[in-house]
Design a protein around this ligand. Structure first.
Ligand SMILES: [Zn+2]
Ligand SMILES: [Zn+2]
Length: 182
C-alpha cells in the first residue's frame, strides 16, 4: 500500500511545504540592487555567466537594459523575464517567416514577446508581423520555446562556460555578435 508518513518529532507542520522549485526565489520582486550586482559581475568583473533561475542553463540568461525599457533580466532559451520591481513572468517565442530572419546555432533566431502581444515588429525585414500559429498567417508565427522542445539544437550550446567563451560563441552570428549572452 502507500508509504506511511513519517511521525518522527522532526515532522513538524509546514516542513513538507518547503519550497522545492528551481525558481522559487524568483517569485520575489527583482530589485535594482540585484540588477546592479548582476550587471557588474558580468560586465565589469567578467564573472562566469549565471544560470537561468527557471531552466538552469547558461549562455542565454543575463541582466539587460534598453533605452526605452526598465532594467530587466531574461533568458532566451526558456523565456524567463523579470523587470526590476516585478515578479518573474514567461515570455512567448516568435519568429518571422521572411527570408531575412536569421538562423542562430542551428535554429531560427527567436524574438520573445509579452504573452498578450498580438503583433511584433520584425527587425530584419522591417515589417509588422502577426503572432499566429495558424497556417493562414505564416508571416508571424508562434513557435515552441527551446526549453519545451527536447530536440531543439540549442540544447547543444556548451554549458558552464566562461564570459569569454560565450562572448566568442555568439560572435559567430551577426544578430548576436558582441553580446555575451544573447
Ligand atoms: Zn531559462
Ligand atoms: Zn521579417
Amino acid at each position: 500500500m502507500s508509504k506511511q508518513r513519517s511521525t518522527t518529532p522532526t515532522d513538524v507542520a509546514g516542513m513538507d511545504r518547503a519550497p522545492n522549485r528551481p525558481n522559487a526565489g524568483s517569485e520575489e520582486a527583482y530589485t535594482d540592487e540585484q540588477w546592479d550586482e548582476e550587471s557588474y559581475a558580468l560586465l565589469a568583473e567578467r564573472a562566469d555567466p549565471a544560470h537561468c533561475p527557471a531552466c538552469g542553463l547558461t549562455g542565454f540568461f543575463g541582466p539587460r537594459a534598453r533605452d526605452d525599457a526598465p532594467k530587466f533580466r531574461e533568458c532566451r532559451f526558456c523565456g524567463f523575464y523579470q523587470e526590476v520591481g516585478q515578479q518573474c513572468t514567461r515570455r512567448r517565442p516568435v519568429s518571422h517567416g521572411c527570408d531575412q530572419w536569421p538562423k542562430i546555432a542551428g535554429a531560427p533566431y527567436i524574438w520573445w514577446i509579452a504573452p498578450d502581444e498580438r503583433w511584433f515588429h520584425c527587425g530584419f525585414c522591417d515589417r509588422r508581423a502577426a503572432v499566429e500559429t495558424s497556417s493562414v498567417f505564416m508571416k508571424g508565427s508562434g513557435i515552441t520555446a527551446p526549453s519545451d522542445d527536447p530536440n531543439h539544437p540549442w540544447w547543444h550550446v556548451p554549458q558552464d562556460q566562461s564570459y569569454s567563451f560565450y562572448y566568442s560563441y555568439w560572435e559567430q552570428w551577426p544578430s548576436t555578435k558582441g553580446r555575451v549572452v544573447f
